[in-house]
Design a protein around this ligand. Structure first.
Ligand code: NDP
Ligand code: OXD
Length: 309
């Protein structure tokens, strides 16, 4: 019997219980799934940062912690976590992110906000350029950034991507390193942030880097709030260097009611909904990883604890 502890919070239990059981059965895994296994008898832990479990030290026989979240900044530095940590790479989550990013890029590209606010009776013909004339930069070319960059290139956008290491992605101009970042920013009419929250990415988008963006650039941040220096972004918005920002993630969530982003006319706030882990598809990933571990195969989506993602 394999004891799997669901420690991803009571609010998720109802949604995940049935898909997980179905996937364990499909993989022929003899699993006891519960929200309350004895610590020493727990083989795997399903984790979310919103869940109650933060001290992993009693789980001395646990073979892996399997996160339901893609971003692991709230667990990766946990000193009590001595077992392998896998993050979530879920086709449902990826598809959600592709839809959110593509939708908001098209919204900016077609000036949909401006068109909707012009219902005045004036026959004011705004003809947008074609997507091939619109330069979009995606910072972060991992599971999500790569899928979004590819989708944007398929729509026809002129896409540049940037990551820590060199990449080759069909239809995307791939850059990396410090020089690559300046190039990637210089051309970004629309900038998409899909980097993880790590010490290296903290406040990457500061005043100096915002100044490198073209006049009138727009920013989409579905990555993490820590990527942006908020004061610098607000200043760049106030002087119209940045025309608009759509922000899904924040240093403090929920975003406090008195935060300047809420009232700013050129900011759209979305409440961390860009992409949600989907129980049906995520359960397959969890079951596949337990199957792999039990048969001695390498785990999928292992987090590099030194890099922080
Ligand atoms: P991945 O780990 O697959 O990709 C991360 C990417 O960022 C990689 O391309 C990596 O480069 C790059 N990167 C990391 N550090 C640096 C750095 N210092 N300089 C340059 N590039 C760097 O993550 P995902 O694509 O799966 O997810 C990205 C983030 O999206 C998550 O960490 C999370 O914060 C956020 N997210 C937000 C959601 C939402 O609803 N708003 C939902 C899910 C995720 P390299 O390829 O070279 O390693
Ligand atoms: C995640 C998220 O990291 O929802 O999965 O932000």
């Amino acid at each position: 019997m394999i004891n799997v502890l669901f420690a991803a919070g009571p609010e998720n239990w109802a949604d995940y219980q049935a898909p997980l059981r179905a996937c364990f059965a499909r993989e022929d895994l003899n699993v006891a799934l519960s929200t309350s296994h004895a610590a020493a008898e727990t083989d795997y832990i399903i984790y979310a940062p919103s869940g109650p479990l933060q001290d992993f030290s009693p789980y001395r026989n646990c073979k892996a912690v399997l996160s339901l979240w893609a971003g692991v900044e709230r667990i990766v530095g946990n000193q009590s976590l001595t077992m392998p940590l896998c993050r979530m790479v879920d086709p449902g989550l990826t598809q959600g992110m592709v839809e959110w990013v593509s939708g908001h890029c098209l919204r900016y590209h077609l000036n949909i906000d401006g068109t909707l606010s012009r219902q005045s009776g004036a026959w004011d013909r705004y003809v947008p350029p074609l997507a091939s004339e619109r330069r979009v930069t995606v910072l972060g070319l991992g599971q999500l950034g790569q899928a979004c960059a590819t989708a944007l290139a398929r729509i026809g956008f002129d896409v540049t991507g940037w990551a820590r290491s060199a990449k080759a992605i069909a239809g995307v101009r791939c850059l990396h390193g410090v020089d690559g970042l300046s190039d990637a920013l210089r051309t970004a009419e629309i900038l998409v942030l899909l980097l993880p929250d790590t010490p290296d990415t903290d406040t990457l988008i500061n005043a100096q880097r915002l100044a490198q963006l073209p006049q009138g650039a727009r920013i989409l941040n579905p990555g993490r709030g820590t990527l942006i220096d908020d004061a610098a972004l607000l200043a760049a918005l106030d002087r119209d260097h940045i025309a608009h920002a759509t922000l899904d993630v924040f240093r403090q969530e929920p975003l406090p009611p008195d935060h300047l982003y809420w009232a700013h006319p050129n900011v759209t706030v979305t409440p961390h909904i860009a992409a949600e882990t989907r129980p049906e598809t995520a359960a397959r990933v969890i079951a596949e990883n337990i199957r792999r571990s039990e048969s001695g195969e390498p785990l999928l989506y292992l987090v590099d604890r030194a890099l922080g993602y």
